[in-house]
Design a binder for this molecule. Structure first.
Ligand SMILES: C[S@@+](CC[C@H](N)C(=O)[O-])C[C@H]1O[C@@H](n2cnc3c(N)ncnc32)[C@H](O)[C@@H]1O
Length: 446
């Protein structure tokens, strides 16, 4: 069963609640991305104006609300005696935040209800509903033990467009994938050396990819041993796979075309490649430089669209870790099913294809081209690559050996591509289980 609690001590104040309500509306009504809203530097003032503790609370409320939004809405709709008025969006958002606290966060029910009622009374749009807010959330608190598990078992966890795409792509495994997507993930670290030693020091376990998986710490991950010394970086185990797929790196010239913030660039450099890291975003390229500097790794950087990046002498290896719908990262970014849609996937496949076509021209004869992204959708992975191969008959898939990562054989497709998803790497504790959804393939020329 998914854990119902995010590991944050919650004593939410009214300002935090108001911010959470406003930001939840921005995500679900205006499709604003949670990362953008919660960016400490350029995020929404309702968030950046809060103190550190309140920020933690707002983040926890939003993550829980979005992970369980359909269940929360179904429960609200079940408890209102007549449907909420169509225009009562502010009321729904307020109830969603209260329900997220009562159902999924470790907040005393009474405190959550009282704050919701105060918030309703302080908002002219919601004042007349204060009695309803009080009655509904109190009842939710009383009955949740019996009702919540029934609702979780019957209500699809995410919007219909998203659920049906997962069901179409993964048939048998779709239910397990969807259920894992509501579980907050552990944290994976890529370590420079000695995974077993770091696993012991940080109380984690070593995964088949060589990553170290640790429980989510109570404080910032940057406080953990080894961060300041540049001994490791945060990177989902699945995200560490594409850079490991090159058959050789030491001493070779490799271009990383969509490089920032540099997780894979760091792996390539650590393995001894001479890396040119290209990205079209100046801000993100600055972050890459900061990350690589902390890790003590040197690479060349290049600010441009990958399609405009020219290198007549070519590279031994090229990595295209393409922009994508990021549906493989919904455990960490549960806003994605609400901020993205099928039209984004169609648009992104065109960008991915343009990147792949251009990258193919940068690979030296006998060189390797690795294409990857963190989407669960075959249109951005398997099908996109089949389209590329149909139009480039001299290219082929270089199959990955299924024994490459013992214990992860299920992640290797019949054609030798890598396809990971959140129901892989099972564990008795769901919070310790799973992988990001990733697609990766090695392409070479005959
Ligand atoms: C999925 S992220 C890459 C993550 C990175 N490889 C890592 O492991 O840390 C995609 C990156 O592609 C960049 N990007 C998007 N479109 C691009 C383009 N046409 N040319 C170059 N970079 C692009 C984005 O700015 C973003 O930094």
């Amino acid at each position: 069963m998914p854990s119902r609690y995010d590991p944050v001590d919650l004593k939410p104040g009214l300002a935090a609640r108001q911010a959470a309500t406003r930001l939840l509306a921005a995500v679900t009504e205006s499709r604003a991305s949670l990362d953008g809203l919660l960016d400490p530097a350029g995020g929404n003032p309702a968030f950046t104006g809060l103190g550190p503790q309140d920020r933690l609370l707002v983040r926890a409320i939003l993550l829980s609300a979005l992970r369980h939004l359909r269940v929360i809405d179904a429960y609200i709709d079940e408890l209102v005696t007549s449907p909420l008025p169509e225009g009562a969006k502010a009321l729904r958002q307020l109830l969603r935040v209260g329900a997220a606290q009562i159902l999924f966060l470790d907040v005393p029910d009474r405190a959550a209800v009282d704050l919701a009622v105060s918030q309703a009374n302080g908002d002219p749009r919601n004042r007349r509903f204060a009695g309803l807010v009080n009655a509904l959330l109190r009842r939710m608190g009383r009955e949740k033990e019996s009702r919540l598990s029934e609702l979780t078992a019957t209500v699809p966890p995410f919007p219909d467009w998203f659920v049906s795409r997962i069901q179409n792509a993964y048939s048998q495994e779709a239910d397990s994938i969807l259920s894992m997507l509501s579980v907050p993930p552990a944290i994976d670290l890529t370590v420079k050396t000695d995974p077993a030693g770091w696993a012991e020091r940080l109380g984690g376990t070593v995964l088949p990819t060589g990553s170290v998986r640790i429980a989510r710490p109570a404080g910032p991950v940057t406080d953990l041993e080894g961060y300041d010394g540049g001994d490791w970086w945060v990177q989902d185990a699945a995200a560490s796979i594409p850079a490991q797929m090159f058959s050789r790196l030491d001493g070779l010239e490799v271009a990383d075309l969509c490089a920032a913030p540099g997780g894979k660039t760091a792996q390539l450099a650590l393995a001894g490649a001479r890396v040119t890291a290209c990205d079209q975003s100046a801000n993100r390229l600055e972050r890459l430089k900061g990350n690589l500097s902390r890790l003590g790794l040197e690479v060349s950087t290049h600010l441009s669209r990958a399609q405009d990046f020219k290198a007549p002498e070519g590279f031994d290896g090229v990595l295209v870790d393409a922009p994508c719908s990021s549906t493989g990262t919904v455990r960490r970014h549960p806003d994605i099913p609400y901020t993205k849609g099928p039209e984004d996937i169609t648009r992104l496949t065109q960008v991915q294809r343009a990147l792949l076509d251009h990258a193919a021209g940068l690979v030296r004869p006998k060189g390797e081209l690795v294409f990857s992204n963190c989407s669960l959708d075959p249109e951005e992975g398997e099908l996109m690559v089949q389209g590329f191969l149909a139009d480039h008959p001299s290219w082929r898939i270089k199959p990955v050996d299924a024994s490459r990562w013992p214990g992860m054989e299920a992640a290797i497709t019949e054609l030798g591509e890598v396809r990971t998803h959140p129901a892989m790497l099972s564990d008795d504790d769901p919070a310790q289980a799973g992988l990001d959804g990733f697609y990766a393939v090695v392409l070479t020329q005959e």
